[in-house]
Design a protein around this ligand. Structure first.
Ligand code: PMP
Length: 450
């Protein structure tokens, strides 16, 4: 029976698998998921859940899209693989499509994961400065609380100590500044002033470190995994200005924000900036297959495109730009456009913010914020002091939602490693019924926990 099969699978899982982050815990054993359709996933025991996290922020078009499966299968039957030292049609068409979404001017370099894409960015920025006559520029600045990946370079850029300190020493030359956290800004300071001040910290760092040593800044348009920290537009503009003034390249990490999540094709498009480099992954294929991209401004690329072999970018990635993955990405973007999912993300996000605004009356809800279909609910013990809610309180809400069939996440790193920001980020293809379900469950669970 289904129940017996589920138990057998769970036993074999326990015996053989090592899951990401967590240790095995009988009470919290990982859900063994069997299938998905739309915004919903079903485990082997037949329990259904609305996936309010889209996996790890990636299944933007929802589950069960046979069109994507067909695109992969057709491509695999025709041509399974070409190394990207050569080329193939899906890679070419996808690069053209990405440039259309980005407003042109970029060269597209393929890899497999968000971490890979950021590593590519770091390596090519260093080489660019070397070949541009500034070999001393090797340092990168990123923000505390930000996540940029798990490989040694991307982890070095990550600003979450708990993910890092057991793996040190990491790559030298990665510096951090504090991100704007508008909810926790000093009392009495305007959001705009506070954001300008935070941006200014990049410039101070650059000057104190000697600007001739700074290669690049990497940041997400808004910090996602560090607590849904949405900057005032002056912040992003100012950071770009500082980069330009000091010859520092600006890398924007769109791994989560890209492909409609924030209500625009790319998160940085809210802020009217033109990044030098853009990295993307997750939502590009809605995670049906792994694929990532580092998009490099064409005039930076020119530095590498010379007769002299030694000035080429020495970076190989065997699976990067895999034909089936590129075909899936193309089809995925076609679905996003055909179903107006970027507009849908914006609409659903605004509606959800409105529906949840009344939660701030709840004794433990400090703040509700979001951009597109990416929302954060910050839980506190005390609204005056903003002391982060206890882990137990956060767990109660998350478990309560799960009992009612809704999966949500938690993030924040508000105090190192402390995650008191509930995170809601369902597929952009969620129906109105799904939407009502999300609202109803959240309202109910908060009520139960008053
Ligand atoms: N950048 C950001 C902003 C991310 O959220 C992630 C993954 N959560 C990464 C990079 C790394 O992506 P991957 O797990 O595909 O390596």
């Amino acid at each position: 029976s289904a129940k017996e099969k589920a138990l057998t699978l769970a036993e074999k899982d326990k015996e053989n698998l090592w899951h990401q982050i967590s240790s095995y815990n009988e009470k919290k054993r990982p859900m063994v998921v069997e299938k998905g359709a739309g915004a919903w996933i079903t485990d082997h025991e037949g329990n259904r859940y609305l996936d309010g996290m889209s996996g790890l922020w990636c299944v933007n078009v929802g589950y069960g899209r046979t069109e994507l499966a067909d695109a992969a299968a057709e491509q695999m039957k025709k041509l399974a693989y070409v190394p990207m030292t050569q080329s193939h049609e899906p890679a070419i068409l996808l690069a053209e499509k990405l440039n259309e979404l980005l407003g042109g001017e970029y060269k597209i370099f393929y890899s497999n994961s968000g971490s890979d894409a950021n590593e590519v960015a770091f390596k090519l920025v260093r080489q660019y400065h070397q070949q541009n006559g500034e070999p001393s520029r090797f340092k990168f600045i990123s923000r505390y609380r930000a996540y940029h990946g798990s490989s040694m370079g991307a982890l070095s850029a990550t600003g979450q100590a708990l993910r890092k300190y057991k793996y040190e020493p990491l790559s030298p030359g990665f510096l951090h500044v504090a991100p704007p956290d508008n909810y926790r800004r000093p009392p009495g300071q305007s959001v705009e002033d506070y954001n300008l001040q935070r941006a200014q910290e990049f410039e101070e760092k650059i000057i104190w470190e000697q600007k001739e040593t700074i290669a690049g800044i990497i940041m997400e348009p808004l910090i996602t995994g560090g607590g849904i920290l949405i900057p005032h537009p002056v912040y992003v503009k100012k950071v770009q200005e500082i980069c330009k003034r000091h010859g520092v390249l600006l890398i924007i990490d769109e791994v989560i924000c890209g492909f409609g999540r924030t209500g625009k094709a790319f998160g940085h498009q809210h802020f009217n900036i033109k990044p030098d480099i853009i990295t993307m992954a997750k939502g590009m294929t809605s995670a049906y297959l792994p694929l990532s991209v580092t998009a490099i401004r064409k005039d930076i690329y020119d530095q590498f495109d010379t007769e002299e072999e030694n000035s080429h970018f020495r970076h190989i990635n065997t699976f990067g730009g895999n034909p089936a993955a590129c075909a899936v990405a193309l089809k995925n973007i076609e679905i996003i456009e055909r179903e107006s999912l970027i507009e849908r993300s914006s609409e659903l996000g605004e509606r959800l913010l409105k529906e949840l605004a009344n939660l701030t009356d709840h004794p433990y809800v400090g703040d509700v914020r979001g951009l597109g279909f990416l929302l954060g609910i910050e839980l506190v013990e005390n609204k005056e002091t903003k002391e982060p809610a206890t882990a137990e309180r956060v767990a109660k809400i998350i478990n309560g939602c799960k009992e009612h069939g809704l999966i949500i996440g938690k993030n924040g790193d508000t105090v190192a490693g402390f995650n008191n920001v509930l995170t809601i980020s369902p597929p952009l293809s969620s129906t109105d019924e799904d939407f009502e379900f999300i609202v109803a469950v959240l309202q109910k669970v908060f009520k139960e926990n008053e």
